[in-house]
Design a protein around this ligand. Structure first.
Ligand SMILES: NC(=O)c1ccc[n+]([C@@H]2O[C@H](COP(=O)([O-])OP(=O)(O)OC[C@H]3O[C@@H](n4cnc5c(N)ncnc54)[C@H](OP(=O)(O)O)[C@@H]3O)[C@@H](O)[C@H]2O)c1
Length: 211
């Protein structure tokens, strides 16, 4: 399968590496494409540097928007007319970072990135919030864990998107567990009870049930 990854920074690069390890072909882009070129050179034949964000979508089954929340809407507007036949995966937490590296929320407490992003996408887009629950370091160290795989939680309102994101999560070396619909995505995001948790499937399912 072919996955487009827009954003090849701290998180996008580790998602790309793990999906390539799992067998996906990647089409990648970033703001000036320098980081995308560097990453593609490291990954090898599975990664193609697209000419831009719209070009990254060509032939892709799924797209991961590994972007800071503050640039997400601009990129969604840029590619909105090409999303109809694709799964759209968003890992973005509702955070901004200042020049000193301090993180702060950009949405009021209780308002989730998932809910806001769903409102930015064209009606009918197959959205799944996923891949943003673990820090990049934890993501790398937890993927392809054995004997028991680590879980990546996801949230979606769309059954087909659920099947598609489960395939993507397994390709990246994790066991998928659905937290619920997009209204549950705050649980996955920074400050949520399922954020930054490395757990196996049984514990994950009991956490979901215990909400
Ligand atoms: N890093 C983590 O550990 C982590 C963990 C969980 C969730 N997340 C979430 O993942 C998202 C990405 O975080 P990050 O740490 O990977 O951020 P980052 O290191 O700053 O990377 C952001 C990427 O976005 C690209 N970009 C910016 N504007 C763009 C545009 N208009 N078109 C295409 N690409 C553009 C940048 O391109 P250039 O490389 O060319 O500058 C860069 O590759 C955030 O929303 C964050 O909340 C991150």
């Amino acid at each position: 399968m072919t996955t487009a990854i827009i954003g090849t920074g701290g998180l996008g690069s580790v998602i790309a590496r793990q999906l390539a390890t799992g067998g996906d072909t990647l089409r990648i882009s970033s703001a000036n494409n320098e980081s995308a070129r560097t990453l593609a050179a490291q990954i090898g034949r599975a990664a193609f540097v697209a000419a831009g964000n719209r070009d990254a979508l060509q032939g892709a089954d799924a797209i991961v928007l590994a972007l800071r929340f503050t640039v997400l809407k601009g990129v969604i507007d840029e590619i909105a007319d090409s999303l109809a036949d694709k799964l759209v995966v968003v890992p973005s937490n509702p955070l901004t970072i200042d020049a000193q590296g301090n993180l702060s929320r950009v949405l009021p407490e209780g308002q989730s990135s998932g809910k806001v992003v769903a409102g930015w996408l064209p009606a009918g887009t197959r959205l799944a919030m996923a891949f943003g629950t673990l820090s990049a370091d934890l993501f790398m160290s937890s993927s392809n864990r054995s004997p028991e795989p680590a879980v990546l939680f996801y949230a979606t309102d769309n059954d087909r998107a659920g099947e598609e994101v489960e395939r993507l999560i397994r390709t990246a070396g994790f066991e998928p567990v659905k937290a619920g619909g997009i209204e549950q995505s705050g649980r996955l995001e920074v400050g949520g009870d399922l954020h930054d948790l490395v757990v196996g499937p049984a514990e994950a399912r009991s956490l979901i049930g215990g909400a």
